[in-house]
Each structure stands twice: as C-alpha cells, then as structure tokens.
Design a protein around this ligand. Sequence first.
Ligand code: ADP
Ligand code: MN
Ligand code: MN
Ligand code: MN
Length: 336
Amino acid sequence: MSKVKVEYIWMDGHEPTQKLRSKTKIISGEVNSLSDLPNWGFDGSSTNQAAGEDSDCMLKPVYYILDPIRGGDNLLVMCEVMNADESVHKSNTRAHLRSVAEKYADQESWFGIEQEYTFFQGRVPLGWPEGGYPAPQGPFYCGVGADEVYGRDIVEDHLELCIDAGLEISGINAEVMPGQWEYQVGPLGPLDVADQLWLSRWLLYRISEDYGVSATLHPKPVKGDWNGAGAHMNFSTKAMRTTGGLKVIEAACDALAKKHDEHIAIYGAHNEERLTGLHETCSIKEFRYGVSDRGASIRIPMTTANDGYGYLEDRRPSANMDPYKVCAALIETTCG
Ligand code: ADP
Ligand code: MN
Ligand code: MN
Ligand code: MN
C-alpha cells in the first residue's frame, strides 16, 4: 500500500504569541477526505500546553492541503488541539471562530489579510550590514535591484509553494523597510482565510529554513525610524459589498470605535511598539477612520468610497496576530 507523509501542524502554548509546531505521520493508503486523517497526540509538556504528569494533548485534523515541498500525495494538515476527553484545549483559538462563523454565516463575511514579515540572517535583517544600518527608508517599497531588495528568491519560492498547495494567495510586494516583505491571502470566509494564513506562515518558515534565513512576524523588528510589520485585515460582509454598503461600513467603524481596547488586546503582542502614530500607523491610544487615510486605524479604500460599497481595511493588527482571534472579533463587533 502506498505511504503518504502527512505533516500535522498546530499552534502551541507559547506566550505571549503562540507559535507553530509540526510533526510527520506516515499514513498507509489514500487520503480523500478529513475522515481519512486520524487524530494524533503530542507531548504538551514540551509546548507549554500541559503539565509533565498529564502531558498528552490531542491533534484533530481540520484543514488539509497538498504539501508542495514534499510533493506527490503528501499533505500538510492544520489541527485543532484538544484535551484527552476531546473537549477544546485552552490554547485552541480556532474553536471560538468556528462557532462565530456558524452563528453569523448568513452575513457572508470575507477577509483579505496582508501578511507582512521580516527576514533575519543571524541578528540582523537580511541584507543589512552586520552592526550597521542600510540607507534610510524610501527606495525599498516595491523596489527592484540587488541594492534595494533582499530575499526575493525566497519570496518567489514561497509564492510558488502557496500556489502549488492551492492556497488563495493574491499578491506579494517588497516592503518599506529593507528585508521586509508582504503577501496577501484572500478574500475568503473566516475559517478558510485563517487556516490558510497559518499554513502559509508554516510554508514561509519552512522554505526560509532551506536558505538559512528566518522569517519573523515581530511587529517592530528594528527599533527607531524603521517601519513595523502589520497584518492589515480587509473585511466585508455581503451588505457592505452591495449598493448602500458604505453606510454599513460606516456603522461598522462606529461599532469598532466603541470596542477599540478590546480589539487592541487581541491584535498581537508588542503592537504598542508599532502603533506609534508614525510610519503609516495611528497611535494605539486613538481610533480614527477615514477614506484613503493610511494614518487612520481603519481605512476606507478610495474605490469603496467612490462606488458606495466595498470593504474596510483594519490597519491595527500586527504581523504576529492570530487570525482566528481577529476574524472572530471583527465579526462579533460588526455583525451583532
Ligand atoms: P493595500 O493597498 O492596503 O496594500 P493589498 O492589495 O495589499 O492592499 O490587499 C488588499 C486585500 O484586500 C487583498 O487580499 C484583497 O484580496 C482583499 N480584498 C479585496 N476586496 C475585498 C473585499 N470585498 N472583502 C475583503 N477583502 C477584500
Ligand atoms: Mn498591501
Ligand atoms: Mn504593507
Ligand atoms: Mn494595507
């Protein structure tokens, strides 16, 4: 019987930001649906998810894609972490989004996530001189040339892997700080976009490994006059996308204004280092929205304002945010 390598991927209990872990299970025979992928276990005492004397946690496969690195029939599978009795483990943030997505399914929410990240080689961003700084920011955003962008070969590999895996990646660009890049996933429904974002992050870390480079999602990887790394959430409901939608978007912004602190609390650790009011951000202490305003908390894109319907861009989430939490919060605040 043929053997399939299945990479079981899950979020650990690392604080303040959960990280990805994975291990490989060999399965005999074909995998045609999730039910062909058995639950599995791991040592939660090594991932900050259990105590040593009661260490077993359960991995429940919830979303799988082709493994574009191993190729063939091999798979990558995102898992939810469960307790031994199959109840939801406290580190499992997907379970809440599952119920929120179901409750508000009739509103047909879509998300497009802009994932920014920074390559590091050793202690410095990729391409930066050891112990020094490159030229000031300005030429690097969407730049071209060996003196402007660093790591394009990895970025191109990652893009190709995401497409081969069937992920809904919608674009890439070099960012404002040298060594920093972005890709976008979506638009997709809440569970799909969040599962795909986690899997695309795993592919990013994994392919960077082959280059001896690490990709980091820290919101402010270099202190000082350098752009931070965010994860803008482009969000719409069916009502926002149809005639008269701009009014619905403005009402959503008013609802988000009232819940600013609650949202900031789950928009990523160390985000206060990034949301300073400089570098195309709004201060973490303020909430503002506006058309085309990249210094606002929420930007209403020009096309949306012109058409009278479309989507909003929540610019507050940091690169290291958990999309399960952020998607759930956006739906709960604006769809209730
Ligand atoms: P920016 O101009 O902020 O850099 P990007 O082009 O990087 O914007 O990202 C915009 C994202 O918004 C894309 O992922 C796109 O798929 C997504 N998007 C477009 N329309 C919608 C919509 N109606 N609802 C949600 N997301 C959307
Ligand atoms: Mn972008
Ligand atoms: Mn960007
Ligand atoms: Mn953006």
